[in-house]
Design a protein around this ligand. Sequence first.
Ligand code: NOJ
Length: 553
Amino acid sequence: MHVDVPLWYRDAIFYELPVKSFYDSNGDGIGDINGVRLKLDYLHALGADCLWLLPFYNSPMKDDGYDISDYYSIQPEYGTLDDFRLLLAEAHSRGMKIIADLVMNHCSDQHSWFREAVSSRESPRRQWFVWSDDASRYSGARIIFTDTEISNWAWEPRTKQYYWHRFYSHQPDLNYDNPEVREEMKNVMRFWLRMGLDGFRCDAVPYLFEREGTTCENLPETHAYFKEVRRMMEKEFPGTILLAEANQWPSDAKAYFGDQDEFHMAFNFPLMPRIFVALAKEDAYPIVNIVKEIIPIPEKCDWAIFLRNHDELTLEMVTSEERDIMYSEYARHPKMRLNIGIRRRLAPLLDNDRASLELVHALLLSLPGSPVLYYGDEIGMGDNIYLGDRNGVRTPMQWSYDRNAGFSSADTEQLFSPPITSPNYHYGNVNVDSENRLPTSMLNWVRKMLSVRKRYAQVMGRGSIKFLEHRNRHVLSYIRSYGEDRMLCIFNLSRKPTYLELSLPEFSGLRPVEAISGAQFPRIGDLPYFFTLHPRSFFWLGLTEPTGSDEEG
Ligand code: NOJ
């Protein structure tokens, strides 16, 4: 990394992984912390600067660890606290960072806090949760898991009251009006930060508080609490970060940056689905429009931009017209849908079309924000829509064409999930080992692109963006600038070849140099610059002052 260390997250490439799915070091069929550690060299060579680990805390695993039953320990199958310390140390020794998912809004109904709370209405833990005699309170709050839940209230038969839950009913919401809860969650954070963790991806941040007559999302109390958390982290653990999972419309999502005193980063949920809409419509407008809405943001903050993650591709923050396009283009089979979203991986979403896969990666790496890759997408892994819930996008990482995709030495029946064996994505073919050996593989291409992105980390990570005016709606083009550095990015979103005439008077005299290969293009003059573009192709062109030795052509 090149610039101020405390702003490391602005230049970083993030890599998201579920511990369970990555690598099984002890042959029990389940990935573990030591497994992640053993694969650090792979991740480092790929170009990951910061790992985001999905929840690894003790849990009954009814929501894959987002149902925590003890915030201070690790799920035994995943390893021990010592294993985790070692992972941190080895990541840090390679200059890599690690952030962990932290589920603050709710815990598991198996957590001792909830068990105590339901033991009697007089329990001292009772007020750690949100109770009601009737299920009509807070009716303005939407239901998130629409396929499974019909209410945000669940009946507790023993103490005969309803408790509040925004997600599965086995995930009771914690009561943030209770100062004990607020303090306890800070203590949880201190525990992991003291160990050397570099920050948190905070789960479900909009929902911490409830207020009658509101949607119970993004309330001022929630912002105030995160500001308090930020103050604590800045004082006690400088350099650590908070990343918000707030699946919200642009203005509400932006609010989580506060005045540079709340979250350092927030996922760019508004942008993500619009990249896919733009491809489906072969039209740059959805991307241009949303990027204009989501910037600017405060200088020390950044969007975390992503294409896919461990959940369904959420369509909550798009218009109904956009949703229809998404479903008809990307989710023709009913099993591809879940809640308000599409549970597929990147490669299958794009019909495994290499040009489209490269195009979306080039967008991810050049739009404003820090890219977050989802494990397996770098090798073009497939999914399994026949597995329940979101499990089809969390299958074992494919390391080689050996038994169990090289993920585990267990009997195949023992694996937490079958590896992908469908013909087009079979692990025999789609795996790290084979792709390492094929110079033109997706993996080698992604690795190369990440290294190019790092070379231009400042302009891509911190530069301003300006969309260029032209008459071809199939083509998205923008200039990223930072100091003297300028990168011209051009994307043909269409399935057909096309051409583009760009008027670039302010860059007259400069020479475009293709960023991946270093190929030089003719100098920009006073006439419009002309490009021909293959279907779904792109250019990243550094604009440089020509030197005396430059030759045309
Ligand atoms: C968002 C997480 O990404 C998702 O996987 C989880 O089910 C919910 N929050 C509830 O914690």
